[in-house]
Write a protein that binds this ligand. Structure first.
Ligand code: CP
Ligand code: NVA
Length: 301
């Protein structure tokens, strides 16, 4: 594994290795055991979109690993004024040990990896959010003990989260169902991948998708960059909500996850959100541990 660009690139074994290391790093952090695997290394963090969790967890994680994180807002970089990503990649490769980037197009992340010669980590694109899904898988395994026999159900937009969850959950052996409006299905590349699995299903009925689910996950109806479509999307996604009725269709003891930020009473009710807050905020914490594991795998000597 040279980069973390999207879940489609990872093998099942690589995913499990990252999760095992993440569990170990979480244990070490909780027990005050130092783990300076990235002493002397630097991570550039390019943000073309807002972030709370990704920024703070990468920055803190790098510090805990003995390295140094640099926050690089695209407003201040020449990339924000049109310098090509191919040139940015070749310059930054000469200063840094690795780059985390949050941007719009997946191609930009793939180009950074192609033109640079240091590890590239996707901190969210319109297509993919692999760091979040590694943390989600870590959280599911932590609460449920294993992935065996579990079904994950995603309700809502066929977006970066849906794409990455479908691939990640299928790769670790979970069954997957997704409920999305017909006009908001995941891209063909993801559906082609999922169609290899008998345990994948897609419907436009949230109730049908939630039946027998052990983990229910949703995400905002309008992602970053889609603010202008918010009203249109509100109408299209009405009913695509995790609420008491949906929870009643799921298996007893089903978990609820949300990558955050959440829009209460849109994709999830406040009641369900608060009843599952322990899982949702453990999931947020696990971003730190999962990303530290990714950085160690990619950047340690
Ligand atoms: N879930 C997530 O990526 O959060 P941020 O946008 O705050 O980084
Ligand atoms: N789908 C959301 C996820 C935010 C973490 C977005 O892209 O804005």
């Amino acid at each position: 594994m040279k980069h973390l660009l999207k879940m489609l690139d990872l093998s099942t074994e690589e995913i499990i290795d990252i999760l095992n290391l993440a569990d170990q790093l979480k244990y070490e952090l909780k027990h005050g055991i130092p783990h300076p695997h990235l002493k002397g290394k630097t991570l550039g963090m390019i943000f073309q979109k807002a972030s709370t969790r990704t920024r703070v967890s990468f920055e803190t994680g790098m510090y805990q690993l003995g390295g140094y994180p640099l926050f690089l807002s695209s407003n201040d970089l020449q990339i924000g004024r049109g310098e090509p990503v191919q040139d940015t990649a070749r310059v930054l490769s000469r200063y840094l040990s690795g780059i985390m980037i949050r941007t719009f197009e997946q191609k930009e992340v793939e180009d950074l990896a192609e033109y640079g010669n240091i590890p590239i980590i996707n901190g969210l694109t319109d297509f993919s959010h692999p760091c979040q899904v590694l943390a989600d898988l870590m959280t599911i395994r932590e609460f449920k003990g294993s992935f065996d026999g579990l079904k994950m159900c995603f309700i809502g937009d066929g977006n970066n989260m849906a794409n990455s969850l479908i691939v990640g959950c299928l790769k670790v052996g979970m069954a997957v169902s997704i409920a999305c409006p017909d006009d908001y299905q995941p891209p063909k590349e993801i559906l082609d991948f999922a169609s290899q699995y008998d345990c994948f299903s897609m419907t436009n009925s949230p109730m049908e998708a939630a039946k027998g689910a052990d983990v229910l996950i949703t995400d905002v109806w309008a992602s970053m960059g889609q603010e202008g479509e918010a009203e249109k999307r509100k109408a299209a996604f009405a009913g695509y909500q995790i609420n008491d009725e949906l929870m009643a269709a799921a298996n007893e003891g089903a978990m609820v996850l949300h990558c955050l930020p959440a829009h209460r009473e849109e994709e999830i009710t406040s009641k369900v959100f608060e009843e599952h807050a322990n899982e949702i905020f453990e999931e947020a914490e696990n971003r730190l541990h999962a990303q530290k594991a990714v950085m160690v795998k990619l950047m340690a000597d």
